[in-house]
Design a protein around this ligand. Structure first.
Ligand code: FMN
Length: 226
């Protein structure tokens, strides 16, 4: 059963670009077969807790004596980890907020980036290695290479570092820039480019969902042996 874990984090529940694109991805995924399941988590509507104890960054076996997190907080983290580890493909809606990522999405990353569980520490084991993650990014202005704002995006890089570099997931980023071009007069000249990027992003999410959904199950090692 190819399972998708679909995360949204935009605070805009009406006209969000990332929500529209992740919905298209998830709908394409569901359309592949009755066996293509989707687990949905809206990080804006139901924000994950902030880490309330540093021990939660470590696998239980790696915690020092006296580092005892609140059992309820540990259980909440375990549920988020189980959901991620059970997914064949992860889809993340990641709008840019203040050149960074929404705090709800950051809280989720903090919960699931656990040394000795999802990230290697005392062994090379990386249960998420090779599993695909698609990050759908929307940015009000533009941040392309060669632009004066190149390098200002601190929203996608931390997600890539945590899920890609540390956890070993196979990262694909779908980007739409200039989403505020129709609202901010100073960005008006970006309107055509923004429309073109949005159209390309729509095509990309459909193509990615179809391709990743048809990938043989079990590509990349899985913690649960499936
Ligand atoms: C709280 C907030 C902060 C934002 N900060 C930035 C920013 O720093 N740079 C930028 O280019 N756009 C910024 N934007 C615009 C969003 O990145 C843009 O509207 C994007 O489309 C949001 O994703 P969504 O359409 O999925 O909600 C911000 C929007 C909000 C609501």
């Amino acid at each position: 059963m190819p399972g998708l874990l679909h995360l949204d984090s935009s605070a805009d529940v009406g006209e969000s670009t990332t929500r529209a694109l992740t919905r298209t991805f998830a709908d394409t995924w569901r359309g592949l077969s009755a066996a293509h399941t989707v687990t949905y988590r809206d990080l804006h509507a139901d924000p994950p807790p902030h880490l309330n104890h540093p021990a939660l960054h470590w696998a239980p076996r790696l915690r020092r004596p006296g580092e005892i997190p609140d059992p309820a907080a540990a259980a909440a983290q375990d549920a988020l980890l189980a959901e991620l580890l059970a997914a064949d493909v992860l889809l993340v809606g990641a709008p840019m907020y203040n050149w960074s990522l929404p705090s709800t999405l950051k809280a989720w990353l903090d919960q699931v980036h656990v040394l000795g569980v999802t990230a290697p520490f005392d062994s090379a084991e990386r249960p998420l290695a090779g599993r695909p993650v698609v990050i759908v990014s929307a940015r009000g202005a533009t941040y392309g290479s060669g632009s004066p704002t190149e390098g200002w995006d601190h929203s996608v890089p931390p997600i890539e570092l945590v899920l890609g570099r540390s956890c070993g997931m196979e990262v694909t980023v779908v980007t739409t820039d200039g989403t505020l071009a129709s609202r901010i007069p100073a960005l008006a000249e970006l309107r055509d480019e923004a429309r073109g990027q949005l159209d390309a992003a729509k095509r990309s999410v459909v193509e990615l969902a179809a391709r990743l959904g048809r990938r043989p199950a079990g590509v990349g090692p899985r913690a649960d042996g499936r």
